[in-house]
Every structure is written in structure tokens, then in C-alpha cells.
Design a protein around this ligand. Structure first.
Ligand code: PLP
Length: 345
């Protein structure tokens, strides 16, 4: 305990004078805009978008119960993942700790930023052991990444183990909740006030059906979010994306109906698969995919490809030998998959 945010942030970022764009200087409505060297014709696409996406954030604020200054929007949640490194981790000096197996982008962004990445194996049942994670921390550890529900294992991490990390670690803890809409627990966003060094990530790419529009969300203290705003590209979320996401939030019942269908299908597909000869285990899932242990991941993967069905082969991932990660599709798509898998010996 006891490091201030100022001590955690890289010196160059703390001292950074951010780029000031025309739309930063004048906010509000005017009759004539001659400030940003835009073309006066071709409305509405001639104008630069709001760099802070305030009207979209108002809507997100209402559905998530998080205040606008505690929200950062990015070009997918991949953008805030990269920003965590750029804001907090000094290349060649600092390090980040993450669970394994987990989402690959934490490690890729560490490599891009020349930051050491330390993996700590989950238990055999994919549960989190806080003490093991904390044992990998040293004085140069700035960030711990926890993904819950975790990709590719599908399970929620135990919340009391997560809380132990949040309470014992004096750096930044990132909790990636990309799959939270498919889980039954409450989001960690409800506890932002309690943990000022926590960053929670959500995305429009999964439950909302908007992977193509690229919009991710980071929720954290106002101070952390203002560092993100200082470092991000000024117009990182384009106007088409802002408008489309905004319209989707107005139709939130659509998302809820999709989630309900996917959860029913997850149940049905999991139960079916459990009886198949080639299936050794179907791990419990809190996400929109299931991790399935088979007797021959390579062979089954290749057979599915032959039939025009693509799943994710996780055979070579730590703790995932023999495993395929199968996204839950429509009922018809899932039936096509099951029809092939039932014949595998
Ligand atoms: C899919 C996924 C994301 C989403 O990334 P976007 O850049 O928002 O599309 C984030 N984290 C995890 C663990 C994921 O599986």
C-alpha cells in the first residue's frame, strides 16, 4: 500500500502537455465554425467528432451507473489495454503480471511497449490463487491483469481472491470484463470508489454485437481517466461509431434478448457435448463460448475446417492441452457443429 497515482505514472506522461485540438478549445454550439480547417460542405461528416464523446458517455453512464468523468472510450478495449502500458510502464524497467492462460493482447502490448510480462499459471481447475499472483510482484510491477470471465477458460475468477489482490497490490489492477453480460455476478464497476487503482474494461464487441464498429470502455478514477485522455489520439472514436453505439444503447432490449438466446444455447450445447465420445470435459462457462477438452484437438479441428466450421484450437495453450474454444452461435449453427462432433470417436 501507499503509492500515489503520481508515483505510478511514468515521468514523461505526468509532465506531458497534451495536444490541444480546435474542439478542445471551444466547446458548445455556434453558428459558424471556421476553427478546425474542415471543409464547410459534406455535412455531417465534414466535422471532426467530439474528442471526449460526451453525449455517448452520458448514455453509457446511465446504463453502467458510472460517472462520465470516470469513463474512457477507445477503439476497442485493445486501446485502453495499450494505454495502460503507455501511461504506467517504463520500457525495459517496469513489468506487468497476468494470469495464464488468458487473453493474448496483454502480452502483445507488453512486447510492443518493451515491458516485461510475467505469467502466473491458474490452478488446474482454472481458479485464481491470489498469493501466487502476488508472489510474482516486485518493486517494478506496475500492473496486474485479471480477466473475468476469463478467455479462453470461460470462468469467472473467484471474487475474494481478486479482492485480495486489489487490497494487497499498490499498483494498477486491470479487470477485463469483456464477457460480463453473459455472467451472473455484478460488475466490479460497482466498486470503483473502493479501489482507486482499479481499471475495469467492458466492450461493445461481444454481447452488443458490434465487434466491427470498434468501441471499448475503460472505467476508473477520474485521475486515471484524465491520464488516458491526455495520451490517447484526440479523435480516437470516429463519428460513425459514436452514432451507431448510441443507437444500439437506445435498443438495449435487443442486446438483452440476444444474451438470453446465447445463454440458453450455451446450456444446451454444453449438455449435448458432455455425452459425446470425443469429449473428455466441458468446462463451466460464464461467457459466450465454451472450452471443451477433447481426445484429439488437432484432428477434430481439421475435420471441422473440412466441413466449413471454424472453432479456436487452444491445444498448445498452457493448461489447455486437447482443448477447443467454441463460440456459441445461432441454434442452427450450433446444430451444424454438434452434428459433426457427435460422429467423432
Ligand atoms: C474479445 C475480448 C475483448 C474485446 O476487445 P475489443 O478490442 O473491445 O474488441 C477484450 N478482452 C477480452 C478478454 C476479450 O476476449
Amino acid at each position: 500500500m501507499g503509492k500515489t497515482l503520481e508515483q505510478l505514472v511514468r515521468n514523461n506522461i505526468r509532465n506531458l502537455a497534451p495536444y490541444s485540438c480546435a474542439r478542445d478549445e471551444f466547446k458548445g454550439e455556434a453558428r459558424v465554425y471556421l476553427d478546425a480547417n474542415e471543409n464547410p460542405l459534406n455535412a455531417p461528416y465534414n466535422r471532426y467528432p467530439d474528442p471526449l464523446q460526451l453525449s455517448l458517455k452520458e448514455k453509457i453512464s446511465r446504463i453502467k451507473g458510472v460517472k462520465v468523468p470516470q469513463i474512457m472510450l477507445g477503439n476497442g478495449s485493445d486501446e485502453p489495454i495499450d494505454l495502460v502500458y503507455r501511461v504506467f510502464c517504463e520500457p525495459k524497467v517496469d513489468n506487468a503480471v497476468a494470469i495464464a492462460p488468458t487473453y493474448g493482447m496483454y502480452g502483445v502490448c507488453a512486447d510492443v511497449n518493451d515491458v516485461e510480462y510475467r505469467s502466473v499459471l491458474l490452478e488446474d481447475d482454472f481458479s485464481l490463487n491470489a498469493d501466487k499472483v502476488l508472489a510474482a510482484v516486485d518493486e517494478h510491477t506496475k500492473v496486474i491483469f485479471l480477466c473475468s470471465p476469463n478467455n479462453p477458460t470461460g470462468n469467472l475468477l473467484n471474487s475474494s481472491e481478486m479482492e485480495k489482490i486489489l487490497r494487497s497490490f499498490d499498483g494498477i489492477t486491470v479487470i477485463d470484463e469483456a464477457y460480463i453480460d453473459f455472467a451472473s455476478n455484478e460488475s466490479w464497476t460497482k466498486r470503483l470508489a473502493e479501489f482507486p487503482n482499479m481499471i475495469v474494461l467492458h466492450t461493445f464487441s461481444k454481447a452488443w454485437g458490434l465487434a466491427a464498429v470498434r468501441c471499448g470502455m475503460a472505467f476508473a478514477s477520474e485521475e486515471i481517466i484524465s491520464y488516458f485522455n491526455k495520451v490517447k489520439y484526440p479523435y480516437n472514436v470516429n463519428a460513425l461509431t459514436q452514432n451507431l453505439v448510441s443507437d444500439s444503447i437506445d435498443k438495449i432490449e435487443q442486446k438483452e434478448a440476444w444474451v438470453k438466446m446465447i445463454l440458453e444455447e450455451r446450456e444446451r450445447v454444453s449438455n449435448e457435448l458432455k455425452g459425446y465420445p470425443c469429449v473428455l470435459d466441458v468446462y463451466p462457462s460464464d461467457a459466450n463460448f465454451v472450452l471443451v477438452k477433447t481426445n484429439d484437438a488437432q484432428g477434430i479441428y481439421a475435420k471441422l475446417v473440412d466441413e466449413g466450421i471454424i472453432v479456436r484450437n487452444r491445444n498448445s495453450v498452457v493448461l489447455c492441452g486437447g482443448c477447443l474454444r467454441i463460440t456459441i452461435g445461432t441454434r442452427q449453427e450450433n446444430d451444424e457443429l454438434l452434428k459433426i462432433l457427435v460422429t467423432c470417436k
